[in-house]
Write a protein that binds this ligand. Sequence first.
Ligand code: UDP
Ligand code: MG
Length: 332
Amino acid sequence: MSDKAVAESVRSDSTSSPEVSIVVPVFNEEATLRHLASELFRVLADESFELILVNDGSKDRTGDILVELAQTHPEVVVVELARNFGQHPAVLAGFSVMRGKYVVTLDADLQNPPEEIPRLLEQLRGGHDVVGSVRENRQDPWMRKQVSSLVNTVTTASMGVGMRDYGCMLRGYSREVAEEIVELAEQAAFIPALAMMLASNPVEIEVRHYERESGESKYSPLRLMRLGFDLITGFSLLPIQMVSLAGLLIAIAGGALSALLFARRIILGPESEGLFTLFAILFAFMGVLLLSVGLVGEYVGRIYAEVRRRPIYRIREVISQSVESDDGDGPP
Ligand code: UDP
Ligand code: MG
């Protein structure tokens, strides 16, 4: 069955659609899952909701716990991905089966407190189609925060519109926006930025943020760098244009310096100790050159990935008390 077919079968099998879909990507979170679920059930007790837990190829006991949750709670829908695809593809897979009018995403590690969900829903019901959130005194390592702030600045600059915190995944979307995100998703999808592009009435609220309850962050520095690059090159040509601009300025400066040296040679005679100056200039040029090549590579790589059109995610199975379905590919 194709991904669309899976999504359709899940949706049409519903006797009555819930109003709110909660989507949580889960990767090796056996320690927090039960706690997360009970918190969500407590906070959402008065809502008509479904809880979509997307198992992103976990290697620990996460899968068993998820099946157990689906068997004991009619609100739970478990989406099993074929392997580990990453946080954002996992959220996309969740979007593809959601039935609610509103959708809220959050992390499984309880860094985003579920108690904030009603405040997000309030904004969604108030007519905002994208609700972002800013982490009040964020509990993450210093380095992570620096990277995030750089990413926020560059994204805001390249997209024109800004949100203060693109990294926080406790977010709300209207169904229309979520569906369009799935439709538009590219190989390197970064959901908050895609949503901003589609939003007609976005808003950002402050939410609390806690330290990870247990386990480790699933983002290594390399993964983080990739995500940052995805975000930056995915939305604009600004970085490559900056490099071109830098190249132009350096070329002008280089030309001026050569003219100066030439004049000096005529007036004062040839210099002989200029060797290290030359090295310095050479290294500066080489740095810019390597960066440019890297950036061009980044764009070419993205085009390559798009052209291959491999699925972003692959759903192996959807488990819930009301649906039995299997096998689906991500969008082509
Ligand atoms: N996650 C995922 N697939 C991955 C990496 C992470 O589904 O390949 C999930 C993870 O289980 C968690 C969320 O994405 O629910 C955020 O991950 P993490 O807490 O490691 O990121 P951080 O808080 O360090 O940004
Ligand atoms: Mg986390």
